[in-house]
Write a protein that binds this ligand. Structure first.
Ligand SMILES: [Zn+2]
Length: 117
């Protein structure tokens, strides 16, 4: 394996993961940027204030959600233990949180039915 890394390359290869407690999926979770699930697991565990309380700590890759990379604050692997979440359902990682503070699902629910314009 080549070990030729620049900060830029490192950033591009990064994947997004969600580290969470099995029984509280999405309620208590951290966002992890890392290169592999193995790295994410270790990183999430070591860099999360509340993960010590996790009994069934799991890590899963967040796929097909390219907007999540907007949350990245640096090019090297890191953990965000308070990712931007929906003001209504408190979830994150499902869809992008808009300027209104809502995820797509909650925005749709809040929108009055568009019958006329
Ligand atoms: Zn929501």
């Amino acid at each position: 394996m080549a070990d030729r890394k620049t900060r830029g390359e490192e950033g591009r290869k990064m994947k997004a993961y969600m580290g969470f407690e099995k029984d509280y999926f999405n309620e208590i979770a951290v966002l992890i940027f890392a290169h592999s699930v193995k790295e994410a697991k270790v990183l999430g565990w070591n860099n999360c204030d509340f993960c010590d309380n996790f009994i069934n700590y799991r890590v899963t890759q967040i796929k097909n959600q390219s907007w999540i990379f907007k949350e990245m604050i640096k090019d090297t692997p890191h953990v965000i233990d308070n990712p931007k979440s929906c003001e209504e359902c408190m979830m994150w990682g499902v869809s992008e949180i808009g300027a209104d503070g809502l995820c797509e699902g909650c925005r749709e629910l809040n929108e009055p039915t568009q019958t006329t314009d």
